[in-house]
Design a protein around this ligand. Structure first.
Ligand code: IMP
Length: 205
């Protein structure tokens, strides 16, 4: 049994990640278990920088292997924005709704065939012995209006044509199956297995 800390304060991400990683061979801890770890400033220039900043800091303080991820929404018509600034696109301390409204407004004149976007997640594992990096991405379209009440962040405006649904209209299971974070998580699990950090036999959702 190995302890791994998910280095995030975001309860929504934690829920998704725990569901995918949970098994009898991995004991998932969260930052709620370590109140002494305050907010970690993510001031890197890339998603990988930010993921490494969080996981290295949590590992440095606790000595327990840590996993963290960083996600960006890259919109073609906005030249790849908001990207690494996805969390604070509408300004410091903005809400998910502020970000959704800003993106809808910025793209109000963009026709449907030019509304392509992708979510990209970089996930890292940091321990005494090694650092591992996995990636996952998913392509979709930014809708003209918000739809659905599930998920979080930009989910109500991120539409997957193959499923004819936004992420916010999907169950957690449906989203995990195809999402950037779901893919990055499964790639990370493969890496952890191939480096014998977790056993191959484990069943992951
Ligand atoms: P983070 O750095 O991974 O927390 O992600 C940055 C921002 O991207 C978040 O604050 C959300 O606004 C957005 N985001 C990340 N993952 C998702 C997702 O799965 N769906 C919708 N928005 C997301």
């Amino acid at each position: 049994m190995i302890d791994i800390i998910l280095a995030t304060h975001n309860k929504d991400k934690q829920k998704e990640l725990s569901k995918a990683l949970n098994s009898k061979d991995v004991n998932i801890l969260s930052l709620q278990d370590f109140p002494e770890i305050g907010e970690i400033i993510e001031d890197g220039e890339t998603l990988t920088d930010n993921a490494l900043i969080k996981a290295r800091e949590v590992y440095r303080i606790t000595g327990i292997p840590s996993i963290s991820d960083d996600t960006g929404l890259e919109v073609d018509a906005l030249g790849g924005a908001p990207g690494v600034f996805s969390a604070r696109y509408a300004g410091e301390n903005c809400s998910y709704l502020d970000n959704v409204n800003k993106i809808l407004k910025s793209m109000s004149k963009i026709p449907i065939d030019l509304r392509g976007a992708q979510f990209k997640t970089i996930m890292v594992f940091v321990s005494e012995k090694m650092e591992l990096v996995s990636e996952g991405s998913v392509k979709g379209l930014i809708t003209k209006e918000a739809k659905g009440i599930g998920g979080f962040g930009y989910d109500p405006v991120f539409y997957i044509p193959e499923m004819m649904k936004t992420f916010a209209e999907m169950t957690i299971e449906e989203k995990n199956r195809i999402s950037h974070r779901g893919i990055a998580t499964r790639n990370m699990i493969d890496l952890l297995c191939s480096h014998q950090i977790i056993p191959n036999s484990q069943e992951n959702a």
